[in-house]
Design a binder for this molecule. Structure first.
Ligand SMILES: Nc1nc2c(c(=O)[nH]1)N=C([C@H](O)[C@H](O)COP(=O)(O)OP(=O)(O)OP(=O)(O)O)CN2
Length: 136
């Protein structure tokens, strides 16, 4: 079993804000991240797949194909967007790094080749904050 990782990146705006709570409660829980006028991050996205290399190519899969899947299914939807407003697959969800990583997983899995499995979504929100999601 080998693990193959592709790094992609995107910039996006969001706020951590539960619409069912008052402004004061949001500010108490989320602090500056609840700023109603949004804030932005440079996200770094590590997508790791696993499986066995094909004996003819030596590839688990062509990493350029993996990059294309991630760009078509994830980056195009997120890059330079407002995550709370503009991303269909985040509608109704709190825009935390946790939820974003889990939603990205769901966008990628259906498009991987046979015998290639998604292992991990590792998403850096800042250079000091990241989430890893393994599908469960
Ligand atoms: N469990 C989570 N906690 C927090 C999340 C999250 O997604 N999941 N997100 C945030 C905010 O989005 C916040 O904007 C993080 O940025 P920042 O405070 O700038 O992050 P750093 O710790 O890297 O920066 P410092 O300058 O070191 O504070 C908060 N919590």
């Amino acid at each position: 079993m080998v693990y193959l990782t592709r790094l992609e990146h995107f910039n996006a705006a969001h706020k951590l804000y539960n619409p069912n709570w008052t402004k004061a409660h949001n500010e108490a829980v989320f602090g500056l991240c609840a700023n109603e006028n949004w804030h932005g991050h440079n996200f770094e996205l590590f997508v790791t797949v696993k499986g066995n290399p094909d004996p003819d190519t030596g590839f688990l899969m062509d990493v350029k194909v993996l990059s294309q899947i991630v760009n078509d299914r994830v980056i195009e939807a997120l890059d330079h967007k407002n995550l709370n407003i503009e991303v269909p697959f985040l509608q109704g969800k709190m825009c935390t790094t946790e939820n974003l990583a889990m939603a990205i997983w769901d966008q990628i899995v259906p498009h991987l080749p046979d015998k290639v499995h998604l292992h991990c979504i590792k998403l850096y929100e800042t250079p000091r904050i990241y989430v890893e999601y393994f599908g469960e």
